[in-house]
Each structure stands twice: as C-alpha cells, then as structure tokens.
Write a protein that binds this ligand. Structure first.
Ligand code: 2P0
Length: 324
C-alpha cells in the first residue's frame, strides 16, 4: 500500500439523476448529463493506519457514525480481503452537504485515491463504476467538462458508468448559495421516498429519457435557447416529482424563486443564461464565460443569498502529489 492523494471537482447536472434502478449496486434508473465545475473541489488522501477501524477526517474534523460507515463500505469494494485499515482525509473548497454536490467530488476523489492506495490500476470506466458505488453523481465527476451518465443494463452494474462528451460550447456557472445549513432530506433518502410514493415518478423517468438525447443535441448545435428550455424543464420536473412525494420534499428556499425570476428576466433581456437547482435551495445559473460576471452580480442582491460562487468548467478526477 502507499499514501495516495487525489482531487476531483463536483458537477452540476443539466439533465438530472433522481431515482435508482438497484439500490444495492447504486445504479440509476435513467441516464444524466452534467458539467464538471472547477470551483467546487475535493482533495482526498488515503493512507494505511495501524488500527482496527478506518478513520475519516473531513475538513479538519474527525467524523464517525454513518459517514464513516459509508466510507468503510466504499473502501471495502477495493480492499477486498486485505486487512489494512485506512485514514481518509478530505478537504472541500465549498460548503459540505448543503445541496452543492459534495458527494460527487468526494467519491470521485476517493475512488481515485483508494484505487491508487491499494495499487489497483482501473480504466476510466471502471473508476466511474467504482465512484458510482459511493454516490451516483460521483460517476460523472471522474471526467472533466461535459459528462453523460449511462443508466446501463448489466445486472452487475458494470455498464452504469459515465463517459466524457466532446461538446464545443463553453459554459460557466454562477452559484447563488443560499443561507442554509445541512439539508433536511438527503438525496439518497429523498430519491427513494420519491420513487416509492410520488405519483409522477414514472413520468419523470420517461421525461429524463427524452431530455437526455435532446439536451446533448441542443448543446452540440450550440442552441442555448433550446438547451435552456430542456434544462429548466428537466429541473422543474425533478422538483415537481420530489414535491409530489408523501410527505412532499421541498428543497426550494425563499431566495430560490427570486433567483429563478432573475435568470429568466436576464434571458428575456437577451443574456444567454439558464438555471438549474439540485437537492437544496441554491440556484445555479449557466452562461457563456463572457456573461458570467454580469449574471453573478445580478444574483447577489437578496437577503437570503450568502454568496455567489463563480466557476469555469473543471477537469476530471486525478491523482496529485500532495494535499494543498
Ligand atoms: C444530479 N442529484 O443529477 C441530481 C440532481 C441531486 C439533484 O445526483 O444516492 O448524492 O449518493 O447516488 O449522487 C444527488 O444524488 O445520490 C444527485 P446517491 P447523489 O446531480
């Protein structure tokens, strides 16, 4: 074993993942489309420790309980029968667990670092499959830029992996970060409750299957108007589906509707920009880099918005020499 360090960027989905095919293998019921973002980044070290349990240090704080159990279960996938225990040390450059895709960068970085620590050589597809076992969205963060997640059909989940897409259009993101602590309903529980109880869930999965090829087509054609309609529609359909669960899951906060309105007014006035929202109150506005500063400035002016982060497209997960 060796000490391994890796970094990965989070990603934001334009066509979203909300529903599993197989919870044990963590395969998605449908594909998804995302952009990897360089502002939302995780750095992770995996090293052997002389102990009988693994350890987790997240943003400088030792963590036990459910979060550590999730890490142990993940490391077991690579460790197999090897009795070695490890310490995972992870740093995020953004708030953890507030609906800002922290599990995507976390498990993509952990997949690279764990494989490296146990001296396993994996192909990019195998790394994506491994990252998916930790968190579905992490499969996409193995790749930089535009990534497409494939739902796959194999019973063992070996084809439920992301792949990089060659798409010429450059988009940057302004992320309006709302004043909010940890979310009440995490994505994993939220999507299971939605699948079990929402009357709209089958229609949602069909919507994703239609939106995925048309969003890729619109992006390839650099037709941002068409992409805006698909991405915003897909996001609102995901939230409508979650809201229709019993009990209903509502991720929007007071600033969410305000920011949606800001983005739509900017677009009506001629700025190429569109929004998406993950499992939290934060609105992510995508726009070509030339419009990023103006879009970010328009989004800051609300009492419930703490900050607006700006990001360019990010690189795929990879090994590095040392933690920053
Ligand atoms: C996405 N989200 O496509 C969607 C949109 C949140 C909203 O993927 O259970 O944390 O770990 O596989 O990856 C968040 O789900 O769920 C997510 P698990 P994950 O980005």
């Amino acid at each position: 074993m060796r000490v391994a360090v890796a970094t990965a960027c989070a990603n934001i989905a334009l066509v979203k993942y909300w529903g599993k095919r197989d919870a044990a293998l963590n395969t998605p019921a449908a594909g998804s489309l995302s952009l990897t973002l360089d502002r939302l980044r995780t750095f992770t070290t995996v090293e052997r420790i002389d102990a009988n349990a693994d350890a987790l240090v997240l943003d400088g704080v030792a963590v036990e309980g459910k979060a550590l159990a999730r890490i142990t279960k993940f490391v077991d996938l690579v460790r197999g029968d090897d009795p070695a225990r490890v310490r995972v040390t992870s740093l995020n450059t953004f708030p953890t667990a507030a609906g800002l895709a922290s599990s995507a960068s976390a498990f993509a970085a952990l997949a690279v670092a764990t494989a490296d620590a146990f001296e396993r050589t994996l192909t990019p597809t195998e790394l994506s499959v491994l990252a998916r076992r930790g968190s579905g969205s992490a499969a996409r963060s193995v790749f930089g830029g535009w990534a497409k997640m494939n739902a796959g059909a194999a019973p063992d989940g070996s084809d439920a992996a992301a792949e990089p897409l060659e798409i010429g259009v450059e988009l940057a993101a302004a992320i309006a970060v709302a004043n909010a602590g940890e979310k009440d309903v995490g994505s994993t529980d939220g999507m299971e409750l939605t699948r079990e109880t929402s009357p709209y869930h089958a229609a949602w999965i069909e919507t994703v299957e239609r939106d995925l090829p048309t969003a890729i087509e619109a992006a390839r054609a650099e037709d941002l108007d068409r992409l805006a309609t698909i991405v915003e529609g897909n996001c609102l359909a995901m939230h409508a589906n979650a809201m229709a669960a019993r009990p209903g899951i509502l991720y929007f906060g007071p600033s969410t509707l305000w920011a949606i309105d800001v983005v739509r007014k900017l677009r009506a006035a001629g700025t190429p920009v569109f929004f998406t929202i993950d499992a939290g109150p934060h609105v992510v506005a995508f726009t070509p880099p030339a419009h990023l500063d103006a879009v970010a400035e328009a989004l800051i002016d609300h009492p419930e918005i703490a900050t607006v982060l700006t990001s360019q497209m990010g690189e795929g997960a990879h090994a590095i020499e040392a933690m920053p």
